[in-house]
Design a protein around this ligand. Sequence first.
Ligand SMILES: *Cc1c(COP(=O)(O)O)cnc(C)c1O
Length: 435
Amino acid sequence: MIFNKKQQDIAKNIDNNADISKWKNWKWQLKHSITDIDRFEKISGIKFSADRKEELQETLDKFPLSITPYYMSLINTDNYEYDPVFHQSFPSPSELITNKYDMKDPLAEDKDSPAPHLTHRYPDRVLFHVSNVCSMYCRHCTRKRKVGDNSHTCGMEELEPGIKYISEHPEIRDVLLSGGDPFMLSDEYLDSILEKISAIEHVEIIRIGSRMPVVLPYRITDGLINVLKKYKPVYVNTHFNHPREMSKSAQEAVAKLVDAGIVMGNQTVLLAGVNDCPRIIKSLCHKLLKNRVRPYYLYQCDLSEGLTHFRTPVGKGIEIMESLIGHTSGLAVPTYVIDAPGGGGKIPVMPQYLISWSTNKVILRNYEGVITTYKEPDSYEPTFCNRKCDECDLQLNLEEASETANIGIQMLLSDEDKTISLTPADNARYDRRDE
Ligand SMILES: *Cc1c(COP(=O)(O)O)cnc(C)c1O
């Protein structure tokens, strides 16, 4: 049922001559994306009061609207006020509420940027914003500050400094293309970006973050697949938030990608009123696996401006993880993360399973509440590590040895480093010692 009654109605409201071939043409979909309230009303059949429209317009003036006809067809218009698709795509006046912890750029992506459009946060991988446009504006976008700022698309000359940076940093083995949505670029342009990145010897894998399989599945064309198949291993992470989004069209798009040998993952954002329920997340994760998409991350909603009404307490995320771990296939369990405000990166958060410890026993509890004892080995001879792998008994081919230095807690744990504590840069107690 690719072209159901709802889709037909929407298509007819947009263009009397619309047929299935237009509906499934991604450029037709983009051309007819809904970007204002009057058109939304006309095409969806939903009507708002005059007061409501005024509030909505005020919201749109700050955070613009764009919905693909396809994604709109997933809205249950009879009960739209509780509809997960509606909430993710249609503005709420609550977006105008800000509180003092909200930030324009909570992840400090602009600060950790050594070249235009590039964020280098972690030792061995970078985030490369190759597109600044999306087919649909997610209301919960963490980069809300930039949405709609598509006065131009960045050409290759604008990406060159980022590509140069990657090629000059041999530690970068993983390049994550994001945006915006990289699949908004033409096949030819994406092809030339992938070709350049893939040609850099030390780049081992390329990841693409795209919501197209969810909001505009017809973008996954044979032409696009042929481009993605040409280069170094490509992983695609997409963004399903609710089982309802796994439509027939979405399933077909995902199947095309997976059949082409692309490994797919999914990142879900925990959103109040959309998916803040253990049963919804479990059902979503099962549907993802049935479609060969591996749940990767479950994100705590960021502190970006305009997202107040979407945020849940962290406890909701932990409760959801508690309901998944052990209860269902490990493959169906994403990692729940909080992306640290200020740019600290993703921090995994879990229920506690290690409940106590002595010198030779570890006490754990399982998902059923059973408390168990793990007896540690009586004798264990650790291999002393001075990072001189050629003198070590363990067999690591030196060419495969990571050259990155120990940092953080890993450094405190290491044999060779003498550091005994990590201290904040401005610590009054330490400053007094220096005086
Ligand atoms: C999320 C993210 C990555 C990738 O992180 P993984 O945990 O490897 O998926 C890389 N860079 C930035 C800036 C990110 O936000």
